[in-house]
Write a protein that binds this ligand. Structure first.
Ligand SMILES: C[S@@+](CC[C@H](N)C(=O)[O-])C[C@H]1O[C@@H](n2cnc3c(N)ncnc32)[C@H](O)[C@@H]1O
Length: 270
């Protein structure tokens, strides 16, 4: 099983937004479903020492000041749009430990998550990053793109400046695959389900799906749906009150009428 399915304790922890450690989860999950890599990663990202953000000086500076800068020198608040430091570290570590080469993110904004992912690719010896964001030029003044230029990653980066429901089918049609997909775009239930649907087809078995903001109502329901209905297809390897990391463990071979109700995954008053 993935999360839930008879585990009241896990469900309560999820509702409370508590961090669920792999050690606890390993008692509930099939041990083979918890890759060793994440046992190590868990230790690394929970280590109190915050040295990991020194992985990238621009990112360190953004976390120190809370500011990103446009091409014209305008200073803009990077948060709350950008991911927090813990998530950026988890992204970086995931890219590094999984030795990812091709990554995709849905929702780039000022490029905070992009910086963590792309620094990981650089430190892996190189790679290719694709970002999807319909608002990059106007809403975010192209600062996400600019930040990747600032770390010399512009030549290994591709932007789809359109909504994910248009860009993802294109990528699929092109036969593209990604070792890791980070979902942080539109936060409504239907959009997230679409993002997950296409992501599952863009990630090979063994690849990773990282979802931010699973505490938001739309994402929380989408996550409950995924946990209930995709338990043989994705395995949850890390969950915090804010984000989750899933690994694709098999192809989608559900029966055509397969469906597991998920509304009761969280308590009634959610
Ligand atoms: C929370 S922000 C992403 C933050 C970014 N990951 C970071 O760390 O800086 C959400 C992003 O989703 C983008 N977005 C909104 N609707 C979208 C859609 N339909 N498809 C893809 N991205 C979308 C927004 O333009 C915004 O950049």
């Amino acid at each position: 099983m993935i999360v839930g399915d008879g585990s009241d304790r896990l469900r309560a922890q999820l509702e409370a937004g508590e961090l669920i450690s792999l050690v606890e989860r390993a008692k509930v999950l099939d041990p083979p479903r918890v890759p060793f890599i994440f046992m190590r990663m868990w230790v690394v990202i929970n280590h109190k020492d915050q040295e990991t953000m020194s992985m990238n000086s621009l990112l360190s500076e953004i976390y120190r000041t809370g500011i990103v800068t446009s091409a014209e020198g305008e200073e803009i608040q990077a948060f709350p749009a950008g991911v927090d430091r813990q998530l950026a570290e988890a992204l970086y570590r995931l890219v590094r430990e999984s030795k990812a080469k091709r990554t995709l993110e849905i929702g780039m904004a000022y490029g905070i998550s992009s910086l963590a992912i792309c620094q990981g690719l650089k430190d892996n010896g190189g790679g290719w990053h694709v970002a999807i964001d319909p608002n990059q030029s106007i809403g975010y003044k192209s600062i996400g793109k600019l930040n990747l230029q600032r770390i010399d990653f512009a030549d290994s980066f591709e932007l789809y400046e359109e909504p994910s429901h248009l860009a993802l089918p294109d990528l699929l049609r092109q036969g593209r695959t990604f070792d890791l997909v980070f979902i942080d775009g539109m936060h409504m239930f239907d959009y997230v389900i679409l993002d997950f649907f296409y992501t599952l087809r863009l990630v090979p078995v063994g690849g990773y799906i990282f979802m931010d903001d699973i505490c938001y109502p739309g994402l929380k329901s989408a996550f409950a749906f995924i946990c209930r209905n995709f338990k043989n297809i994705v395995s949850s390897v890390m969950i915090t009150g804010r984000f989750c990391i899933l690994q694709k463990i098999g192809e989608d071979n559900r029966d055509w009428q397969y469906y597991k109700p998920f509304e009761s995954f969280f308590s009634e008053d959610d």
